[in-house]
Write a protein that binds this ligand. Structure first.
Ligand code: SAM
Length: 236
């Protein structure tokens, strides 16, 4: 799977996406990440990419021209149109179901805004989808883009060692994951639940399922309500 990120700060990305699981997937050729500096596509002699908002007001707005040129440099010569995602606090709030859908794409372009955001006309011209990572405002789209890339990439086949490892995870089925334990069997007087030491796979599976339901009810009752509503709808 390929990602092209249009950003004013390409150097922010390597520290996060050059390491660990995503870094390994890149060196194995499963994932390709390109970070394109929008400033390189400015036609201004001072490489300017932003300007004052028409109508007045605080802050600067990213001009459409350099973003469009950067976008063109990615899509030129392609025989398909990659989906373009603008990271913005005005977008739909990103979740695991969206990550699952996006992991089916072969190529995504992510646009990171900065300052007051981007000129509306570039959104109209090239953007297919607007995604937010939550109802709060960050200084730029780089952290949201990294979050989306990380969440999507780990669902791409071959990125995680064992495909099963994300299927039990929180949000995959709608429930939160059961509690996890590792050695030692006792820590500060707290013992690992006996069932996990029993080696009885059916009992372990049953316990984990119950724990998933219990903790979803206590930590995220809103998710449990969604699951119950979905089940009710399916019965109708
Ligand atoms: N003026 C914009 C507004 O009120 O909608 C906010 C601009 S924000 C300071 C600058 C950039 O950060 C945005 O263009 C966007 O790319 C990114 N950004 C900020 N918060 C975000 C969030 N919650 N999710 C995704 N991107 C975000």
């Amino acid at each position: 799977m390929r990602f092209d990120v249009l950003t004013l700060f390409p150097s922010m990305f390597e520290a996060v996406l050059g390491e660990s699981i995503i870094g390994r997937a890149r060196s194995r050729g499963i994932i390709t990440l390109n970070f394109i500096n929008i400033r390189d596509y400015s036609e201004d002699k001072h490489r300017r990419v932003d300007d004052y908002p028409y109508g007045g007001g605080k802050g600067m707005v990213m001009q459409p021209g350099p973003i469009y040129n950067a976008y063109k440099s990615v899509v030129e010569g392609l025989e398909y149109k990659p989906k373009v995602i603008y990271l913005t606090p005005q977008g739909k709030v990103f979740n695991q179901a969206m990550a699952k859908e996006l992991a089916k794409e072969k190529h995504l372009i992510l646009l990171c805004g900065h300052y007051e955001g981007v000129d509306e006309r570039i959104i109209e011209e090239i953007v297919d989808m607007e995604l937010s990572i939550g109802d709060y405002v960050l200084t730029g789209g780089e952290i949201p883009a990294m979050a989306v890339i990380d969440a999507v990439c780990r669902l791409v086949p071959g990125v995680l060692g064992n495909e099963e490892s994300f299927k039990d995870e929180s949000h995959y089925s709608g429930l939160l994951e059961y509690p996890q334990y590792t050695r030692p069997p006792e820590f500060l007087g707290r013992r690992v639940p006996e069932v996990l030491l029993s080696g009885h796979h059916a009992n372990i599976e049953k316990w984990r399922k119950e724990q998933s339901i219990l903790r979803t009810c206590s930590k995220r009752p809103d998710l449990m309500d969604k699951i119950l509503l979905k089940e009710k709808k399916e019965q109708i």
